[in-house]
Design a protein around this ligand. Structure first.
Ligand code: GFB
Length: 319
Protein backbone atom coordinates (compact mmCIF):
# COMPACT_ATOMS: atom_id res chain seq x y z
CA UNK A 1 0.00 0.00 0.00
CA UNK A 2 1.38 3.45 -0.89
CA UNK A 3 -1.01 5.50 1.24
CA UNK A 4 -2.84 4.63 4.46
CA UNK A 5 -6.25 6.27 4.71
CA UNK A 6 -6.82 5.27 8.34
CA UNK A 7 -7.29 8.27 10.60
CA UNK A 8 -7.11 10.71 7.67
CA UNK A 9 -9.49 13.60 7.02
CA UNK A 10 -10.81 13.19 3.46
CA UNK A 11 -12.68 15.98 1.68
CA UNK A 12 -14.90 14.65 -1.09
CA UNK A 13 -15.62 17.65 -3.29
CA UNK A 14 -18.87 17.01 -5.16
CA UNK A 15 -20.42 14.66 -2.57
CA UNK A 16 -23.91 15.60 -3.78
CA UNK A 17 -23.28 14.11 -7.24
CA UNK A 18 -23.60 10.48 -8.29
CA UNK A 19 -19.87 9.70 -8.17
CA UNK A 20 -19.04 11.86 -5.15
CA UNK A 21 -21.91 10.25 -3.24
CA UNK A 22 -20.64 6.79 -4.15
CA UNK A 23 -17.12 7.74 -2.99
CA UNK A 24 -18.46 8.98 0.37
CA UNK A 25 -20.35 5.69 0.80
CA UNK A 26 -17.28 3.62 -0.14
CA UNK A 27 -15.03 5.56 2.25
CA UNK A 28 -17.15 4.49 5.23
CA UNK A 29 -15.17 1.19 5.12
CA UNK A 30 -11.79 2.95 5.43
CA UNK A 31 -11.64 4.22 9.01
CA UNK A 32 -11.14 7.79 7.81
CA UNK A 33 -13.13 10.97 8.55
CA UNK A 34 -15.07 12.19 5.53
CA UNK A 35 -15.58 15.94 5.20
CA UNK A 36 -18.20 17.44 2.88
CA UNK A 37 -19.57 20.94 2.31
CA UNK A 38 -22.67 22.07 0.44
CA UNK A 39 -22.65 24.42 -2.55
CA UNK A 40 -24.76 26.89 -0.54
CA UNK A 41 -21.73 27.33 1.74
CA UNK A 42 -18.80 27.00 -0.68
CA UNK A 43 -19.06 27.86 -4.38
CA UNK A 44 -16.18 25.83 -5.80
CA UNK A 45 -15.89 28.25 -8.72
CA UNK A 46 -14.90 31.04 -6.29
CA UNK A 47 -11.26 31.01 -5.30
CA UNK A 48 -11.83 32.84 -2.00
CA UNK A 49 -14.52 30.33 -0.93
CA UNK A 50 -12.28 27.35 -1.69
CA UNK A 51 -9.17 28.87 -0.10
CA UNK A 52 -11.03 29.64 3.13
CA UNK A 53 -12.68 26.22 3.28
CA UNK A 54 -9.51 24.20 2.67
CA UNK A 55 -7.52 26.30 5.17
CA UNK A 56 -10.22 25.73 7.77
CA UNK A 57 -11.02 22.04 7.12
CA UNK A 58 -7.35 21.18 6.55
CA UNK A 59 -7.98 17.82 4.84
CA UNK A 60 -5.15 15.31 4.49
CA UNK A 61 -6.80 14.00 1.32
CA UNK A 62 -8.98 15.59 -1.35
CA UNK A 63 -11.06 13.76 -3.97
CA UNK A 64 -12.21 16.10 -6.76
CA UNK A 65 -15.49 14.53 -7.87
CA UNK A 66 -17.08 17.97 -8.32
CA UNK A 67 -17.67 19.02 -11.90
CA UNK A 68 -20.21 20.47 -14.27
CA UNK A 69 -21.26 17.30 -16.12
CA UNK A 70 -23.88 16.30 -18.65
CA UNK A 71 -24.68 14.31 -21.74
CA UNK A 72 -23.89 15.01 -25.36
CA UNK A 73 -26.57 17.71 -25.83
CA UNK A 74 -25.76 19.59 -22.61
CA UNK A 75 -22.09 19.60 -23.60
CA UNK A 76 -22.88 20.92 -27.05
CA UNK A 77 -25.28 23.65 -25.91
CA UNK A 78 -23.46 24.99 -22.82
CA UNK A 79 -19.79 25.20 -23.91
CA UNK A 80 -19.09 28.25 -21.71
CA UNK A 81 -20.14 26.62 -18.43
CA UNK A 82 -18.58 23.26 -19.29
CA UNK A 83 -15.24 24.99 -19.86
CA UNK A 84 -15.35 27.80 -17.27
CA UNK A 85 -16.93 26.00 -14.32
CA UNK A 86 -14.69 22.99 -14.65
CA UNK A 87 -11.51 25.03 -15.07
CA UNK A 88 -12.34 27.10 -12.00
CA UNK A 89 -13.35 24.14 -9.80
CA UNK A 90 -10.18 22.15 -10.48
CA UNK A 91 -7.77 25.11 -10.44
CA UNK A 92 -9.17 26.46 -7.16
CA UNK A 93 -9.08 23.09 -5.41
CA UNK A 94 -5.67 21.94 -6.64
CA UNK A 95 -4.02 25.29 -5.83
CA UNK A 96 -5.64 25.37 -2.37
CA UNK A 97 -4.49 21.79 -1.75
CA UNK A 98 -0.91 22.80 -2.57
CA UNK A 99 -1.15 25.95 -0.43
CA UNK A 100 -2.35 23.90 2.56
CA UNK A 101 0.06 21.01 2.04
CA UNK A 102 -2.71 18.47 1.39
CA UNK A 103 -0.94 15.09 1.40
CA UNK A 104 -2.90 13.33 -1.32
CA UNK A 105 -5.26 14.50 -4.05
CA UNK A 106 -7.22 12.52 -6.61
CA UNK A 107 -8.58 14.38 -9.63
CA UNK A 108 -11.35 12.83 -11.71
CA UNK A 109 -11.28 13.37 -15.45
CA UNK A 110 -13.28 11.63 -18.14
CA UNK A 111 -12.73 9.32 -21.10
CA UNK A 112 -13.73 12.23 -23.38
CA UNK A 113 -10.25 13.73 -22.89
CA UNK A 114 -9.05 11.34 -25.59
CA UNK A 115 -9.01 12.11 -29.33
CA UNK A 116 -12.25 11.42 -31.23
CA UNK A 117 -10.55 8.71 -33.30
CA UNK A 118 -8.21 7.30 -30.63
CA UNK A 119 -7.03 3.67 -31.03
CA UNK A 120 -9.37 1.21 -29.26
CA UNK A 121 -9.21 0.19 -26.50
CA UNK A 122 -7.81 3.63 -25.63
CA UNK A 123 -4.49 3.60 -23.76
CA UNK A 124 -3.52 6.47 -21.43
CA UNK A 125 -0.79 7.42 -23.94
CA UNK A 126 -3.46 8.52 -26.47
CA UNK A 127 -3.93 11.80 -24.59
CA UNK A 128 -3.28 14.81 -26.88
CA UNK A 129 -2.43 12.57 -29.83
CA UNK A 130 -5.22 13.90 -32.07
CA UNK A 131 -8.23 16.22 -32.43
CA UNK A 132 -11.01 16.00 -29.83
CA UNK A 133 -14.67 15.08 -30.39
CA UNK A 134 -16.32 18.47 -31.18
CA UNK A 135 -19.49 17.87 -29.09
CA UNK A 136 -17.50 17.73 -25.86
CA UNK A 137 -14.22 19.48 -26.57
CA UNK A 138 -15.00 22.23 -24.02
CA UNK A 139 -15.39 19.75 -21.19
CA UNK A 140 -12.42 17.74 -22.47
CA UNK A 141 -10.13 20.78 -22.60
CA UNK A 142 -11.05 21.66 -19.01
CA UNK A 143 -10.42 18.09 -17.82
CA UNK A 144 -7.10 17.88 -19.68
CA UNK A 145 -6.07 21.11 -17.92
CA UNK A 146 -6.94 19.48 -14.58
CA UNK A 147 -4.80 16.42 -15.33
CA UNK A 148 -1.92 18.67 -16.34
CA UNK A 149 -2.30 20.87 -13.24
CA UNK A 150 -2.11 17.87 -10.92
CA UNK A 151 0.96 16.68 -12.86
CA UNK A 152 2.56 20.12 -12.70
CA UNK A 153 2.30 20.32 -8.91
CA UNK A 154 3.77 16.83 -8.64
CA UNK A 155 6.64 17.68 -10.99
CA UNK A 156 7.48 21.09 -9.56
CA UNK A 157 6.68 20.61 -5.86
CA UNK A 158 6.68 16.83 -5.39
CA UNK A 159 2.98 16.75 -4.50
CA UNK A 160 1.26 13.36 -4.39
CA UNK A 161 -1.56 14.40 -6.73
CA UNK A 162 -2.94 11.78 -9.14
CA UNK A 163 -5.65 11.64 -11.82
CA UNK A 164 -8.14 8.94 -12.78
CA UNK A 165 -10.06 8.85 -16.07
CA UNK A 166 -13.38 7.04 -15.61
CA UNK A 167 -15.35 5.79 -18.58
CA UNK A 168 -19.09 6.60 -19.00
CA UNK A 169 -20.62 6.19 -15.54
CA UNK A 170 -24.16 5.40 -14.43
CA UNK A 171 -26.05 4.34 -11.33
CA UNK A 172 -28.54 5.38 -8.66
CA UNK A 173 -28.62 9.15 -8.15
CA UNK A 174 -27.88 9.86 -11.81
CA UNK A 175 -29.45 12.82 -13.65
CA UNK A 176 -32.64 11.70 -15.43
CA UNK A 177 -33.46 15.03 -17.07
CA UNK A 178 -33.84 14.23 -20.77
CA UNK A 179 -32.26 17.46 -22.00
CA UNK A 180 -29.08 17.24 -19.93
CA UNK A 181 -28.59 13.59 -18.96
CA UNK A 182 -26.28 10.93 -20.31
CA UNK A 183 -27.68 8.15 -22.45
CA UNK A 184 -28.34 5.45 -19.85
CA UNK A 185 -30.61 7.42 -17.50
CA UNK A 186 -32.31 8.94 -20.56
CA UNK A 187 -33.12 5.50 -21.97
CA UNK A 188 -34.38 4.22 -18.61
CA UNK A 189 -36.72 7.19 -18.29
CA UNK A 190 -37.90 7.05 -21.91
CA UNK A 191 -38.64 3.32 -21.76
CA UNK A 192 -40.38 3.61 -18.38
CA UNK A 193 -42.59 6.51 -19.43
CA UNK A 194 -43.39 4.86 -22.76
CA UNK A 195 -44.44 1.70 -20.89
CA UNK A 196 -46.69 3.66 -18.54
CA UNK A 197 -48.28 5.60 -21.40
CA UNK A 198 -48.73 2.51 -23.53
CA UNK A 199 -46.68 4.09 -26.36
CA UNK A 200 -45.76 1.91 -29.32
CA UNK A 201 -42.32 3.50 -29.88
CA UNK A 202 -39.42 5.23 -28.14
CA UNK A 203 -36.95 7.57 -29.80
CA UNK A 204 -33.20 7.10 -29.52
CA UNK A 205 -30.78 9.84 -30.56
CA UNK A 206 -28.34 9.37 -33.42
CA UNK A 207 -27.73 6.25 -35.50
CA UNK A 208 -27.58 3.77 -32.60
CA UNK A 209 -24.19 2.58 -33.85
CA UNK A 210 -21.77 4.42 -31.48
CA UNK A 211 -20.17 2.12 -28.95
CA UNK A 212 -19.81 3.09 -25.29
CA UNK A 213 -18.30 1.45 -22.22
CA UNK A 214 -20.31 1.75 -18.99
CA UNK A 215 -19.18 1.46 -15.39
CA UNK A 216 -21.40 1.52 -12.31
CA UNK A 217 -20.69 4.47 -9.99
CA UNK A 218 -20.10 2.08 -7.05
CA UNK A 219 -17.44 0.22 -9.06
CA UNK A 220 -15.91 3.57 -9.99
CA UNK A 221 -15.86 4.67 -6.33
CA UNK A 222 -14.20 1.38 -5.37
CA UNK A 223 -11.53 1.93 -8.04
CA UNK A 224 -10.93 5.50 -6.86
CA UNK A 225 -10.42 4.46 -3.23
CA UNK A 226 -8.15 1.66 -4.49
CA UNK A 227 -6.09 4.22 -6.44
CA UNK A 228 -5.87 6.54 -3.43
CA UNK A 229 -4.28 3.71 -1.48
CA UNK A 230 -2.29 1.93 -4.16
CA UNK A 231 -1.19 4.46 -6.78
CA UNK A 232 1.18 7.36 -6.81
CA UNK A 233 2.45 8.50 -10.18
CA UNK A 234 2.46 11.31 -12.72
CA UNK A 235 0.46 9.46 -15.37
CA UNK A 236 -3.32 9.41 -15.22
CA UNK A 237 -5.02 5.99 -14.93
CA UNK A 238 -8.01 4.74 -16.94
CA UNK A 239 -10.96 3.34 -14.98
CA UNK A 240 -13.26 1.18 -17.10
CA UNK A 241 -15.25 -2.04 -17.17
CA UNK A 242 -13.44 -3.40 -20.24
CA UNK A 243 -16.61 -4.03 -22.27
CA UNK A 244 -18.48 -1.82 -24.69
CA UNK A 245 -21.87 -2.05 -26.36
CA UNK A 246 -23.65 -0.19 -29.18
CA UNK A 247 -26.32 2.35 -28.24
CA UNK A 248 -28.91 0.22 -30.04
CA UNK A 249 -27.90 -2.89 -28.06
CA UNK A 250 -28.00 -0.82 -24.88
CA UNK A 251 -31.50 0.40 -25.75
CA UNK A 252 -32.71 -3.19 -26.23
CA UNK A 253 -31.19 -4.17 -22.89
CA UNK A 254 -32.85 -1.24 -21.10
CA UNK A 255 -36.21 -1.98 -22.76
CA UNK A 256 -35.98 -5.63 -21.63
CA UNK A 257 -35.24 -4.64 -18.05
CA UNK A 258 -37.93 -1.96 -17.94
CA UNK A 259 -40.46 -4.20 -19.69
CA UNK A 260 -41.16 -2.00 -22.72
CA UNK A 261 -41.68 -4.06 -25.86
CA UNK A 262 -42.44 -1.34 -28.41
CA UNK A 263 -40.39 -0.30 -31.41
CA UNK A 264 -37.11 1.60 -31.20
CA UNK A 265 -36.99 4.61 -33.56
CA UNK A 266 -33.66 6.27 -34.37
CA UNK A 267 -33.46 10.08 -34.53
CA UNK A 268 -30.56 10.91 -36.86
CA UNK A 269 -31.05 14.66 -36.34
CA UNK A 270 -29.30 14.23 -32.96
CA UNK A 271 -25.50 13.83 -32.74
CA UNK A 272 -23.69 10.49 -32.37
CA UNK A 273 -20.54 11.93 -30.81
CA UNK A 274 -17.44 9.76 -30.72
CA UNK A 275 -17.93 6.53 -32.73
CA UNK A 276 -16.31 4.39 -30.03
CA UNK A 277 -15.01 5.00 -26.51
CA UNK A 278 -13.61 1.83 -24.93
CA UNK A 279 -10.69 2.34 -22.60
CA UNK A 280 -7.70 0.16 -22.01
CA UNK A 281 -7.70 -0.16 -18.20
CA UNK A 282 -4.80 -2.61 -18.01
CA UNK A 283 -2.71 -0.35 -15.78
CA UNK A 284 -5.47 -0.41 -13.15
CA UNK A 285 -6.08 -4.14 -13.62
CA UNK A 286 -2.35 -4.81 -13.28
CA UNK A 287 -2.44 -3.06 -9.90
CA UNK A 288 -5.06 -5.66 -8.86
CA UNK A 289 -8.44 -3.92 -9.12
CA UNK A 290 -11.49 -5.57 -10.76
CA UNK A 291 -15.02 -4.25 -11.52
CA UNK A 292 -17.81 -6.20 -9.83
CA UNK A 293 -21.20 -5.06 -11.14
CA UNK A 294 -22.31 -6.53 -14.51
CA UNK A 295 -24.16 -4.07 -16.75
CA UNK A 296 -27.61 -5.77 -16.62
CA UNK A 297 -27.45 -5.94 -12.79
CA UNK A 298 -26.42 -2.30 -12.59
CA UNK A 299 -29.17 -1.17 -14.97
CA UNK A 300 -31.79 -3.12 -12.98
CA UNK A 301 -30.59 -1.54 -9.74
CA UNK A 302 -30.59 1.95 -11.34
CA UNK A 303 -34.08 1.38 -12.74
CA UNK A 304 -35.35 0.28 -9.31
CA UNK A 305 -33.84 3.45 -7.81
CA UNK A 306 -35.44 5.59 -10.53
CA UNK A 307 -38.89 4.13 -9.93
CA UNK A 308 -38.54 4.81 -6.20
CA UNK A 309 -37.18 8.33 -6.59
CA UNK A 310 -38.62 9.74 -9.81
CA UNK A 311 -40.55 12.90 -8.97
CA UNK A 312 -44.28 12.27 -9.02
CA UNK A 313 -44.89 15.26 -11.29
CA UNK A 314 -42.86 13.48 -13.98
CA UNK A 315 -45.71 10.98 -14.22
CA UNK A 316 -48.55 13.40 -13.57
CA UNK A 317 -49.70 13.35 -17.18
CA UNK A 318 -49.26 9.59 -17.45
CA UNK A 319 -51.53 8.50 -14.63
O1 GFB B 1 -24.18 9.55 -22.82
P1 GFB B 1 -24.05 10.55 -23.90
O2 GFB B 1 -24.93 11.76 -23.78
O3 GFB B 1 -22.58 11.06 -24.00
O4 GFB B 1 -24.43 9.86 -25.31
P2 GFB B 1 -21.21 10.72 -24.80
C1 GFB B 1 -23.89 8.64 -25.71
C2 GFB B 1 -24.50 8.20 -27.02
O5 GFB B 1 -25.90 7.86 -26.79
C3 GFB B 1 -24.52 9.25 -28.13
C4 GFB B 1 -26.71 8.47 -27.78
O6 GFB B 1 -24.25 8.62 -29.35
C5 GFB B 1 -25.96 9.77 -28.10
O7 GFB B 1 -26.40 10.30 -29.34
N1 GFB B 1 -28.08 8.66 -27.28
C6 GFB B 1 -29.17 8.01 -27.76
C7 GFB B 1 -28.47 9.48 -26.30
N2 GFB B 1 -30.28 8.43 -27.14
C8 GFB B 1 -29.87 9.34 -26.22
C9 GFB B 1 -30.57 10.13 -25.26
O8 GFB B 1 -31.80 10.09 -25.14
N3 GFB B 1 -29.82 10.94 -24.47
C10 GFB B 1 -28.46 11.02 -24.58
N4 GFB B 1 -27.77 11.83 -23.75
N5 GFB B 1 -27.77 10.30 -25.51
C11 GFB B 1 -20.36 12.36 -23.02
C12 GFB B 1 -19.70 13.71 -23.03
O9 GFB B 1 -20.33 11.92 -24.31
O10 GFB B 1 -19.67 11.41 -22.25
C13 GFB B 1 -19.42 14.15 -21.66
O11 GFB B 1 -20.51 14.62 -23.74
C14 GFB B 1 -18.78 13.07 -20.80
O12 GFB B 1 -18.58 15.25 -21.73
C15 GFB B 1 -19.49 11.74 -20.93
O13 GFB B 1 -17.44 12.88 -21.15
C16 GFB B 1 -18.80 10.63 -20.21
O14 GFB B 1 -20.65 9.43 -24.36
O15 GFB B 1 -21.39 10.88 -26.26
Amino acid sequence: MTYDLRGKRVWVAGHGGMVGGAVVKRLTCEQCDVVTVGRDVVDLRRQSDVEAFVADASPHVIVIAAAKVGGILANETQPAEFLYDNLMIEANIIAAAHENETEKLLFLGSSCIYPKLAPQPIPEEALLAGPLEPTNEWYAVAKIAGVKLAQAYRRQYGRDYVSAMPTNLYGPGDNFDLASSHVLPALIRKAHEAKLRGDKTISVWGTGSPRREFLHADDCADALVFLLKEYSGENHINVGSGEDITILELTRLVCDIVGFDGEILLDPTKPDGTPRKLMNSNKLLDLGWRPRIPLPTGIQQTYDWYVRHAPREAFADIG
